[in-house]
Design a protein around this ligand. Structure first.
Ligand code: MOS
Length: 686
């Protein structure tokens, strides 16, 4: 670890403290813990979208099979809040790809072979898997994730639209998108007697997993230990216990052996959540000078038969632009499909595509520069609640981003620039993400040699959280970072909130800062345990957002229709940047996922089977290195003392909010073709 000046680690580009462990292979991921005598499990997933499982038969002559579990023989579970964790309990099949049996065997190969050769007796029923804006079963949910009202309205949007000098009325659709962390969801379950269970599990919060698994198994949550020391990505899909954790636990119970279960890549497309497809209608009404008079945003999305997950697609529109008359709403339909869940900026990412592309369409209709249009509609306070912003530097991001990107002098007309076979264009879109903090507890212990150990059950899902937390602790203690060790990723450590909602650093850092300051105040002796709950609750999360602006240059091949993105730039105002190296990595990581969303990624549904036909990394195209050219992020140093002791805002998700719209707006500028159905495939451009 690079040494830093004592008390001055924050703001420096400290390299990942666990980097050497990761590159030398010493860092252990969930499925890599060396447990003796482990058996291996493989999932059997439903080949139909709806039906009844009558029987499961396995060839008794197969070698090495220890158990084949299904609802006919699996241990009885209590019902946890999440019905997806109530595995192997019922004959009802709710979606194709649902786990309906589990094979446990001596080796991975034996388990896989047996799983592939089981004979399933299924009574198939007709299924309904296609999301449509006119689906007869659409309804308005009570709330949308994570607790917002499903609808909002002010003034009379219909009358204002009818009276507006210029209007835009557009429908954008976004496809199902799939979380593909490098490390799949995986669990090793080890029992010690009947009441103590240890799970080495890949997740975004050990304390999110333990209670749900305990509930299902009828255990005292304090006796379920969950270890997640290193996590190879999650993007939201590991934010709560997934079926693999419960499956491994019951398999270990039944066989009396530790059991290792790593989900194969294809299973991730159905078993761990995905981003719902959306159908979004946005209407904008404006005066000729660009002043917005009306905004409406209506979103349609899907959930499963098992569980209502209502994504907050239109919520982002409540925060962006001033307009006296406005309405947002969400409608949902429960289909015979897997349950959608969190995927990086759930709601904001698809919602911002529709809003920011519609703004680009309005700018063109008005003959006003798209940056200028946004600046003219900058609100003084939260557009709907009227709450003051603690800090909002959206306009500065647009202006300074434009300066750095080289926006000035842009010819606004589409399809005017050609370089050989390539049409060339540029586009812009806004970015925002809420700045949240959640209660957490940290412990700081003075060690005899003068060093300090900090403990908190946080997780580092690849973001660099462990490193930034080390910097926060070191500065609060007045020590060099080399004198601080931060231990994370274990329910035996003090309770911490989820690595989600871009809230990890603010939440865990707040608790660590408190523990370390108190340890310093008492002369660096003994141990301090600090619970941030009261402070976090007193401050609340209202009116707090990070903002940004994304800029893209694209080249579209006139012969093939392929889109290249030679430049992608994000300018952010996200509070104090605690580590410029890991922050830049978060920003451009989000932007890269945004590039995938704009151009490549889509779950292609086969309505006959109810499955995505492209359920692996060969066919589901996430951006590869060759797709990502000159990508960069910069930021305004934003001071906001209303946030948390570090003055930071979340940065993990904002990079995917608006970056797809910037690319799509650039595609239009290059070609004159509006892509309103994502992604911008070649066949849609030509
Ligand atoms: Mo993120 S979708 O909040 O883990």
């Amino acid at each position: 670890m690079t040494a830093t000046v004592p008390g001055r680690a924050l703001g420096t580009p400290l390299a990942r403290v666990e980097g050497p462990d990761k590159v030398t292979g010493a860092a252990r991921y969930a499925a890599e813990y060396p447990v003796g005598n482990a058996a291996h499990a493989w999932v059997v997933r439903s080949p139909v979208a709806r039906g009844r499982l009558r029987d499961v038969e396995v060839d008794p002559t197969l070698d090495g099979v220890l158990a084949v579990l299904w609802h006919g023989n699996a241990p009885e579970l209590a019902k946890p809040a999440d019905p997806e964790l109530w595995v192997l309990q019922t004959d009802a099949i709710s979606y194709r790809g649902q786990v309906i049996a589990l094979v446990v065997a001596e080796t991975l190969e034996a388990a896989r072979h047996a799983a592939q050769s089981v004979v399933l007796d299924i009574e198939e029923e007709p299924h309904d898997v296609v999301l449509r804006a006119d689906h007869p079963e659409l309804y308005t949910p009570d709330k949308v994730n994570p607790g917002f009202p499903a609808e909002s309205a002010q003034g009379d949007a219909e009358a204002a639209l009818a009276a507006a000098e210029v209007t835009v009325d557009v429908t954008y659709t976004t496809p199902a998108l799939h979380n593909n962390p490098m490390e799949p969801h995986a669990t090793i379950a080890v029992w010690d007697g009947d009441d103590d269970l240890t799970l080495y599990d890949s997740n975004q919060g050990p304390h999110m997993v333990a209670p749900d698994v305990a509930k299902a198994l009828g255990l005292d949550p304090a006796r379920v230990r969950v270890v997640a020391e290193h996590v190879g990505g999650g993007f939201g899909s590991k934010g709560s216990a997934r079926p693999n954790a419960v499956l491994a636990a019951i398999a270990a119970k039944v066989t009396g052996r530790p059991v290792k279960l790593a989900l194969p890549r294809q299973a991730l497309f159905t078993m761990v959540g995905y981003r719902t497809p959306t159908i979004q209608r946005v209407r904008l009404g404006a005066a000729k000078d660009g002043t917005l008079t009306a905004i409406t945003h209506d979103a349609v999305s899907q959930s499963s038969r098992l569980f209502e997950f209502a994504e907050q697609t239109a919520v982002v529109t409540r925060h962006m632009y001033a307009a006296a008359h406005r309405r947002t709403g969400h409608r949902l339909v429960r289909l015979d499909m897997p349950t959608p869940r969190w995927m990086r900026a759930p709601g904001e990412a698809p919602g911002m595509v529709a809003l920011e592309c519609a703004m680009d369409e309005l700018a063109h209709a008005l003959g006003i520069d798209p940056i200028e249009l946004r600046v003219r509609n900058e609100p003084d306070a939260e557009p709907e609640s009227g709450e003051p912003f603690t800090s909002r530097h959206y306009v500065r991001c647009l202006r300074e981003g434009a300066e750095r990107f080289g926006w000035a002098g842009r010819d606004p007309r589409p399809a005017r620039r050609r370089d050989g076979e390539w049409w060339v264009g540029t586009g812009v879109a806004g970015a925002t993400y809420p700045a949240m903090a959640q209660p957490s507890t940290a412990a700081a212990t003075a060690l005899p040699d003068g060093r300090v150990e900090v403990r908190i059950a946080a997780t580092d899902i690849g973001t660099g959280a462990r490193t930034v937390l080390t910097q926060i602790a070191a500065d609060a203690l007045g020590l060099p970072v080399t004198d601080v060790t931060v231990r994370i990723g274990d329910t035996r450590l003090p309770r911490a909130s989820v690595a989600g909602g871009s809230s990890g650093t603010a939440s865990w850092g707040w608790a660590i800062d408190g523990a370390c300051r108190q340890l310093r105040e008492r002369g660096m002796t003994g141990e301090v345990v600090f619970d941030s709950t009261e402070l976090v609750k007193a401050r609340g999360n209202d009116g707090r957002h990070a903002f940004g602006a994304h800029f893209a240059e694209v080249r579209v091949n006139a012969v093939t229709g392929e889109v290249r993105v030679p430049r992608l730039f994000g300018m952010y105002a996200a509070g104090r940047i605690l580590n410029p190296r890991t922050a830049r990595s978060q920003f451009i990581g989000g932007m890269t996922m945004g590039l995938g969303m704009a151009l490549h990624e889509e779950g292609v549904l086969d309505p006959h089977t109810g499955d995505w036909v492209n359920h692996d990394l060969a066919d589901y195209h996430i951006p590869a290195h060759a797709d990502v050219r000159d990508i960069d992020a910069a930021w305004i140093d934003e001071q906001d003392d209303q946030l948390n002791p570090m003055g930071s805002k979340g940065i993990g998700e904002i990079g995917i909010v608006g970056s797809p719209a910037a690319i799509l707006n650039a595609v239009w500028h290059a070609t004159g073709v509006r892509i309103r159905d994502l992604p911008a495939r070649m066949d849609r451009i030509l």
